[in-house]
Ligand binder design. Structure first.
Ligand SMILES: NC(=O)c1ccc[n+]([C@@H]2O[C@H](COP(=O)([O-])OP(=O)(O)OC[C@H]3O[C@@H](n4cnc5c(N)ncnc54)[C@H](OP(=O)(O)O)[C@@H]3O)[C@@H](O)[C@H]2O)c1
Length: 254
């Protein structure tokens, strides 16, 4: 007896056709790469960042629908931007921010507050607007990290954000349903941020990761962008944290 199987279609259309993706922190790194991929998948993109020149270049490169230069921790500027968005928006990704590392004795309170503004209050502020601007089934997508999961001297502030974001994400997924809320937690990603943090040690770090990571290569922004677009399009996903670190956290001392 023979059984026939339907041959799966190999062609698929653009996965975000007709949708609008907002990237807060979209002029470089993970955010820009996600904007590039979202455009390839047929979405309109709206980008923000602080440096207007870099933002203009990024917006022109991807053919953004619009862009807005402001500091996302400036509550008034953020409110204005979110209120003026064309609605409904399909997906909002928040990638703005950088880690703050300091020993307790050296903590600069202003810098620590700023880091918590970027990593905790910014997602909350964006989420408050999502009720009015994101369509049902659309997504809010936040970015945290895996690097500060293991406690170590100097990681107190970034560790707070790392621990809090999965809880915030899960709670907001219930409160904002049917809008979906998810979190991406990367390890080292080869972006302008990593280059600025590591300076002359960047190549050494890349070599070390190529030699030690289970995937035997460095994670790039395109890897994270692929995950981000998947989360936008897979309507089964909400309330969860997705690690993307090439196995980095499985290694001790990495
Ligand atoms: N790269 C990594 O290894 C890594 C690992 C774990 C987690 N992460 C997290 O992932 C996120 C993105 O990192 P990335 O590596 O893509 O960084 P990136 O290369 O520095 O890009 C960050 C983007 O956000 C914008 N931005 C930063 N602060 C902003 C602010 N206050 N207001 C508005 N825009 C702001 C930047 O433009 P302007 O500077 O012009 O504003 C840029 O467009 C960050 O939250 C970072 O902490 C990164």
């Amino acid at each position: 007896m023979s059984t026939t199987y339907a041959v799966p279609a190999t062609h698929r259309g653009p996965e975000l056709a007709g949708q609008t993706v907002v990237v807060i922190g979209g002029s470089a790194g993970i955010g820009l790469e996600t904007a590039r991929l979202a455009r390839t998948e047929g979405a309109d993109v709206i980008l923000t960042g602080r440096n207007p020149d870099r933002l203009d270049r990024a917006a022109a490169e991807v053919g953004a629908l619009r862009s807005a230069a402001f500091d996302a921790t400036d509550q008034d500027a953020l409110d204005r931007f979110l209120e003026e968005l064309p609605t409904p928006i399909d997906h909002v990704m928040v990638t703005a921010g950088r880690p703050y590392y300091a020993l307790l004795a050296d903590i600069d309170i202003e810098q620590a507050r700023r880091s918590l503004d970027e990593h905790l209050w910014l997602p909350i502020a964006v989420a408050r607007h999502a009720v009015n601007s994101v369509r049902p089934g659309g997504t809010l997508l936040f970015v945290s990290g895996t690097g500060a999961r293991r406690p170590a001297p100097g990681l107190a502030i970034i560790g707070m954000g790392t621990a809090a974001l999965p809880a915030l994400t899960a709670n907001l997924a219930l409160e904002l349903a049917p809008v979906r809320v998810n979190l991406i937690a990367p390890g080292f990603v080869d972006t302008p941020l990593s280059a600025s943090l590591l300076g002359d040690d960047l190549d050494k770090r890349r070599d070390q990761l190529r030699a030690s990571l289970p995937i035997r290569r460095v994670v790039g922004p395109a890897d994270v962008a692929a995950l981000a677009v998947h989360i936008m399009t897979n309507t089964a996903l909400t309330g969860a944290t997705y690690d993307i670190d090439g196995g980095q956290q499985l290694l001790s001392g990495s």
